[in-house]
Ligand binder design. Structure first.
Ligand code: NDP
Ligand code: GDR
Length: 373
């Protein structure tokens, strides 16, 4: 009788956790996820996968837990006996990591160690394969363009420094204990499920709301930053593939194409046929003045005003990231299926639909949800 594979996903309530759960369930896995206790429901992204806990033969099972709690992780891993662990949980916002550096180090850095140690304590080194969600932020102040598996790291935020520890402890446990443990060094990947305060989602959401008259201005920080953006649905497939190889290795996953934040705004505005005016100025951490000469007075209702707000500049910025996915292409057969214009279209459509709901609520005389950061 063939054994049904069992996977454990930390960060199951996040963007990647949701797409990966869908993928593994489709492949016939029994999927366990770790979610944090929260004072409000935090399972929006996976509610469509929810299964009544009172029913037998479930294949999607959630456990309360936290990467800062070793005992909890040991107990869950002992109970689940996973064939594969995907460590996606993290305080994943680079700007916020400057505000909460110690917590970020604890969750993102030591949290990874806690899982690896749990595998070892439970004697699962030969059974359980481990995926670590590493990041292009490790390259930070880039030493080589484009960045590949051998490019030296130079992290530029408490988040990236914590992830650097996680990267190396994963490599160390692989070498020291012969564990199947690997790092996916993933470049930025987005989707309609992306958190609302990451720049792409902030842009698509604001443009949809502006087009419907729910908001008038989009405030952004460094619009010259260059990123290599892919689609999360494509990227989780690579996470799975990395755990299906004969031997564990680390891989860069990227599209090999780069755009600026400003270009992303222009693509999104084009989707809805709205005009954008860039305005405002600010000084970044290396003293460069960003000045954009737009005339707000000439704008009509529904035009998008994008204003530079130095509040969103980071103490140390990552200016440019561009990945070289050659190794993943050769060994994993990596071909990104979704292009940036398709990604932008999908995100804008989803945000336009939800802004329309808010607009109808407002027209009916109710208070429309209006939180933006
Ligand atoms: P999200 O921020 O969408 O999701 C993060 C998940 O981690 C959420 O489920 C969150 O729970 C959970 N989490 C946060 N802190 C803890 C903790 N202390 N204990 C347990 N769970 C916790 O991130 P993404 O899905 O976008 O990214 C997944 C992983 O990949 C992250 O590790 C991220 O750093 C990394 N990464 C992401 C990239 C990207 O472009 N998206 C690129 C490269 C790496 P809750 O929902 O309760 O907040
Ligand atoms: P990043 O993503 O820092 O690359 O980390 P984010 O979308 O936050 O920023 C991308 C770039 O846009 C610039 N920017 C702004 N960013 C935000 N959030 N808000 C703004 O208003 C704004 N204006 C300009 C930023 O300065 C930056 O240069 C993401 C996360 O998912 C990490 O967890 C992951 O490891 C990396 O991608 C790869």
């Amino acid at each position: 009788m063939s054994h049904k594979k069992v996977a454990l996903i930390t960060g199951v309530t996040g963007q990647d956790g949701a797409y990966l759960s869908e993928l593994l369930l489709k492949k016939g896995y029994e999927v366990h996820g770790i979610k944090r206790r929260s004072s409000l429901f935090n399972t929006d992204r996976i509610d469509h996968l929810y299964q009544d806990p009172h029913v037998d033969n479930k294949n999607f099972i959630l456990h309360y837990g936290d990467l800062t709690d070793s005992t909890n992780l040991i107990r869950i891993i002992q109970q689940v006996q996973p064939d594969e662990i995907y460590n996606l949980a993290a305080m994943s916002h680079v700007a916020v990591s400057f505000e909460t550096p110690e917590y970020t180090a604890n969750a993102d850095g030591i949290g990874t160690l806690r899982i690896l140690e749990a595998i070892r304590i439970l004697g699962l080194e030969k059974k359980t394969r481990f995926y670590q969600a590493s990041t292009s932020e490790l390259y930070g102040l880039v030493q080589e363009i484009p960045q590949k598996e051998t490019t030296p790291f130079y992290p530029r935020s408490p988040y990236a420094v914590a992830k650097l520890y996680a990267y190396w402890i994963t490599v160390n446990y692989r070498e020291a204990y012969g564990m199947y443990a690997c790092n996916g060094v993933l470049f930025n990947h987005e989707s309609p499920l992306r958190g609302e305060t990451f720049v792409t989602r902030k842009i698509t959401r604001a443009i949809a709301r502006i087009a419907l008259g729910l908001q008038d201005t989009l405030h952004l920080g460094n619009m010259s930053a260059l990123r290599d953006w892919g689609h999360a649905r494509d990227y989780v497939e690579m996470q799975w593939l990395m755990l299906q190889q004969d031997k564990p290795e680390d891989f860069v996953i990227a599209t090999g194409v780069q755009y600026s934040v400003r270009q992303f705004v222009e693509f999104a505005a084009k989707e809805l046929g709205v005009t954008v005016t860039f305005t405002g100025e600010g000084v970044n951490e290396i003293g460069t003045v960003t000045k954009v000469e737009g005339d707000k007075a000439k704008c009509k209702v529904g035009d998008v005003i994008v204003r530079v707000d130095p509040r969103y500049f980071r103490p140390t910025e990552v200016e440019t990231l561009l990945g070289d996915p050659t190794k993943a292409k050769q060994k994993l057969g990596w071909v990104p299926k979704i292009t940036l214009p398709e990604l932008v279209k999908e995100m804008v459509e989803a945000d336009y639909n939800s802004a329309r709901r808010d607009s109808l609520v407002k027209m009916a005389g109710f208070q429309a949800y209006d939180y933006h950061e």
